[in-house]
Ligand binder design. Structure first.
Ligand code: KG4
Ligand code: ZN
Length: 342
């Protein structure tokens, strides 16, 4: 049987990405242009600057992905693009490119939910038999838990009520004056620290709740560094490396404990055989190890996205589009970027 080959595009935040994927799983190429240098001096992503960098990067990235994947327009079965949720000025660039290429090349256009595609990144390196599954998506912009019966059957069971897990990592890194992006910086520093040094709060909400709240722990770290009334001087510059490492390790341990407990709670509630985990924060080794330890204890299968597919990429976009293509879920040229999930 001939393979279905899809070109995926992604520009929802600060990575410009294109990838060519065959049959939803075989990654023929995955090219990502990072904008870390554009945004690091601002300590976060500036939407207008992201959009401008996407305009500069997108065509070279598409050409690179097609050359590396050894495909031309005629080989493609569809064009896929992440169109929600995300920064609209940033999303607009890949959405416009995908619509233009789909029209010019006469190919079907498939709009992809960025959060759902992060879950599909897990499938890129695993065989298919994982359902029913509970899925944890831990991103910079969102933290959600889903019940999954198939790649296209996702039911949201819980989400963050305020800050996402990745956002908390980024903000705590800013408080500790660590380099952007914050997640990898916190993870590195936490390796030297004591995770039990400071009892930062764990927020579980109601007994059975699968929602998250990470703004409390971020504020607790801020108060720890600046004093309860925020009038105290910022002590971070005077802190020893060990003191900062203890804060990073204690913060990381608290976030991980909540994420792991909720993932297991969800697996229990939906009688899952597998826990799926994707998103930028899933690159965190301490989180991966703790999930594995708890899943082994419970006899649950754990599938975590490969580290190279945890942060934004287009292979996951093309991967999910394969399932939508088979199901006939095609979009037309009225597809528009959306800040929130549709
Ligand atoms: O999935 P992603 O690109 O975000 C969204 O789509 O919103 O992931 C980016 C997030 C950032 O918040 C970053 O700090 C975090 O993932 N991150 C990490 C690690 N690597 C990236 N957080 C914790 N530990 C890491 N190693
Ligand atoms: Zn993402």
């Amino acid at each position: 049987m001939t393979k279905r080959i899809i070109l995926g595009l992604e520009s929802s935040c600060d990575e410009t990405a294109a990838a060519v994927v065959a049959d939803g799983r075989e990654v023929l190429s995955s090219v990502v242009a990072s904008q870390v240098q554009v945004h690091e001096k601002y300590g976060g992503v500036v939407p207008e600057l992201a959009a401008r960098a996407h305009i500069e990067n997108l065509l070279p990235v598409i050409r690179g992905a097609m050359a590396e994947g050894e495909v031309g327009p005629d080989d493609l079965d569809a064009l896929a693009v992440a169109y929600c949720p995300g920064l609209v000025p940033a999303l607009l660039i890949a959405v416009t490119a995908a619509k233009t290429l789909a029209w010019a090349w006469g190919k079907p256009l498939i709009g992809i939910n960025h959060i759902h595609s992060h879950l599909q990144s897990v499938m890129l390196e695993h065989e298919a038999d994982c359902f029913p599954a509970a899925a944890l998506v831990v991103l910079g912009g969102h933290t959600s838990i889903y019940s999954c019966q198939s790649p296209l059957e996702l039911e949201m069971l819980g989400r963050t009520l305020d800050d996402a897990a990745g956002e908390a990592f980024d903000k705590v890194a800013t408080i500790l004056k660590l380099p952007y992006p914050g997640g990898p910086s916190i993870e590195k520093l936490a390796k030297q620290g004591d995770p039990q040094a400071i009892p930062f709060p764990r927020t579980y909400l109601d007994k059975d709740s699968l929602d998250f709240s990470f703004s409390g722990i971020k504020t607790a770290v801020l108060y720890h560094c600046r004093g309860q009334n925020m009038l105290g001087e910022d002590r971070v510059r005077q802190m020893s490396e060990q003191e900062k490492a203890d804060i990073a390790a204690s913060f990381q341990a608290a976030v991980i404990e909540v994420l792991v407990k909720k993932a297991l709670r969800a697996a229990d509630q939906v009688s899952a055989r597998t826990i799926l985990v994707g998103g930028g924060v899933a690159a965190n080794s301490a989180l991966r190890e703790e999930l594995q330890r708890r899943c082994d204890e419970k006899g649950l299968q754990l599938w975590v996205a490969a580290k190279k597919y945890c942060t934004d990429n287009a292979a996951m976009v093309a991967g999910l589009a394969y399932h939508k293509l088979l199901a006939g879920m095609i979009d037309d040229l009225t597809l528009e970027p959306l800040a929130i999930q549709s």
